[in-house]
Design a protein around this ligand. Structure first.
Ligand code: SF4
Ligand code: SF4
Length: 353
């Protein structure tokens, strides 16, 4: 799958690694999608079922559901020891569990030339390749959410199927055994559904390898040094990003569904606003028959994390849970804030006028 000039070591089955001896994988996800468990099962399959040595660990942000999570897997030959626990910054394969992460995280940072990015999306790999503007690496897509909804499971085992297909050197039977072992312990009633989800991910993934001789256009590895250290930290815990609440974007917290608003069916009862944890509903004051009244304009999807509590309480069906498709939120968003023009900019503009 990967073509490197020197130091290639072949795993049983044909996987290739660099001179350090590692084949490295990074899962880019958000809390609640099961990336950690998927990484654990993948590493277990490689070590117990494919005769490899390997390591797995994850890093979490604030450990909240909906916040970014990265899970890392390293494989090497049985003879080699894994003596590093550093995050994977130059992955051979990146699996993106939620396509919204492209908006907020540098998920492709450090992807190796000839590597592969797998995306949880119903769109085609060629559409994603064009959207991302990358060259020199393969792109794969699988509608993991669609599969998970149909099988009543989570996206992680569907993506595990897609990853196993892309890796080539891991026997699917070894990964299925790891899935069975994991679920049998705690959720035996979910074993069969997760095996089906895995098989569908394996079969339904669409892979587009890089074209031979294609030039390489890939993001470099992310800066590992923190921007602010003890020499550069501002005094007094200053907030360096003014208006960060306004700029906050919770879109990546949605797990495939959002509330669609139908103005025609809305009676402005306000129940949705009462239950929404993120104040996503935008109102306007209009003239009614007996004076001024509040009228619901719509939803600011920038702050919507897709909990769908509003859909549950809406008495008229004006809010409906729909599968999120690319571009829907942007096209239907009603902004809650008008961004203020910074004072310096405004006065500069006046002076220049
Ligand atoms: S789904 Fe509804 S209640 Fe939940 S955050 Fe979005 S708008 Fe608010
Ligand atoms: S709960 Fe439904 S009907 Fe009531 S204001 Fe919200 S969208 Fe409109």
């Amino acid at each position: 799958m990967n073509i490197y000039a020197k130091g290639r070591i072949l795993f049983p089955g044909g996987g290739e690694v660099l001179e350090e001896g590692f084949y490295e994988i990074r899962f880019e996800s958000i809390g609640g999608l099961g990336a950690h468990l998927a990484g654990q099962m993948l590493a277990e399959a490689g070590v117990l079922g494919a005769g490899l040595n390997g390591a797995h660990f994850s890093s979490y942000g604030s450990e909240k559901k909906g916040t970014p999570v990265r899970s890392y897997v390293r494989f090497c030959s049985r003879e080699q020891e894994v003596r590093t626990t550093s995050p994977v910054t130059r992955p051979h394969l990146v699996a993106v569990f939620h396509s919204r992460l492209f908006r907020t995280e540098n998920v492709l940072s450090g992807l190796r030339p000839g590597g592969m990015v797998l995306i949880n999306s119903p769109d085609s790999p060629s559409a994603w390749k064009e959207r991302l503007g990358i060259k020199g690496a393969g792109v794969g897509t699988v509608d993991a959410l669609g599969i998970a909804v149909e099988e009543k499971t989570r996206v992680n085992t569907a993506l595990l199927g897609a990853v196993t297909r892309a890796l080539e050197f891991l026997p699917p039977a070894a990964v299925k055994e790891a899935i069975s072992r994991t679920f049998r312990r705690k959720y035996p009633h979910l074993v069969e559904a997760n095996l089906r989800t895995f098989e569908r991910g394996y079969e339904e993934v669409k892979l587009l390898p890089p074209a031979p001789g294609e030039e390489v256009v890939l993001p470099p590895p992310a800066e590992v040094e923190p921007l602010l250290g003890y020499l550069t930290a501002p005094p007094g815990g200053a907030l360096l990003c003014p208006g960060n609440t306004v700029l906050n974007d919770l879109s990546a917290s949605r797990q495939g569904f959002l509330p669609a608003f139908d103005r025609e069916r809305c009676v402005d009862c306000g129940l949705c606003d009462a239950v929404c944890p993120d104040m996503c509903f935008v109102w306007e004051t209009v003239q009614g028959a007996r004076g001024k009244v509040q009228r619901l304009r719509g939803v600011d999807y920038q702050y919507c994390k897709g909990c769908l509590k509003c859909v549950e309480v809406c008495p008229t069906g004006a809010l409906e849970s729909v599968r999120e498709v690319e571009g829907y939120a942007e096209a239907h968003r009603v902004p809650r804030f008008e961004l203020a023009v910074p004072v310096a900019l405004a006065s500069g503009a006046e002076e220049g006028a």
